[in-house]
Design a binder for this molecule. Sequence first.
Ligand SMILES: NC(=O)c1ccc[n+]([C@@H]2O[C@H](COP(=O)([O-])OP(=O)(O)OC[C@H]3O[C@@H](n4cnc5c(N)ncnc54)[C@H](OP(=O)(O)O)[C@@H]3O)[C@@H](O)[C@H]2O)c1
Length: 218
Amino acid sequence: MRVVIAGGHGKIALLLERLLAGRGDQAVGLVRNPAHVADIQQAGAEAVVCDLEEASAEDVAVLLAGASAVVFAAGAGPGSGAPRKDSVDRAASVLMAEAAGRSGVRRFVQISTMGAGQPPRPGTDAVWAAYITAKTAAEDDLRARDLDWTILRPGRLTDAAATGQVRLAAPPVPRGTIPRADVAAVIAALLDEPGTRHQTLELTGGDTPVATAVRSIC
Ligand SMILES: NC(=O)c1ccc[n+]([C@@H]2O[C@H](COP(=O)([O-])OP(=O)(O)OC[C@H]3O[C@@H](n4cnc5c(N)ncnc54)[C@H](OP(=O)(O)O)[C@@H]3O)[C@@H](O)[C@H]2O)c1
């Protein structure tokens, strides 16, 4: 399986690239910074330099030719302001989905966030509100497309080691944390289960093995 990962140098993306390479799949990480290429290659993936705030859907569609799936793992990240929540967390996801449609890549796993899907709470910090608004808009765009999408909303991410045990279900799942390594494992499993298409799923740490959790929602 050839899987193109938007935001290929992200923390979840690098973990996912290692998992995919380890099981014999071909991962391709899209990065905007050429200095990140070596890290992607070290993870066992192919790197392509592509700034998702500059590229057109046509440009990205060319990069997706021959892929089996797209994973949207990009994000403007901490320290960014509201404009980049819109240009990355929303617009880059829309761009990837549009490109997937144009190039005939049907499978699309989007990393969203718990809290998306409803308006930001009154009094919320403006940048956090922009983030939630951007993620919600990216989800809405993806749901409206004729793609085999799965939207994954993790809880607060940690860099702890993988536990292999999660709680994965349709919303609402109680708030919680989840190691990025477990998110990567869930995405790898979702890619193998087309039966998870057209589902919005929330994810935290839990007590169900990843494979069982993914099978149970098919
Ligand atoms: N933090 C949390 O608790 C939390 C909770 C739930 C969901 N999430 C979401 O989970 C996702 C992945 O999280 P993570 O921690 O793995 O993210 P991360 O390490 O911050 O990685 C995001 C990646 O997106 C890339 N990116 C940003 N702008 C780009 C552009 N214009 N073109 C190409 N790539 C670009 C960044 O590259 P550069 O290094 O070049 O900037 C970075 O490598 C994000 O969407 C995040 O919003 C986070």
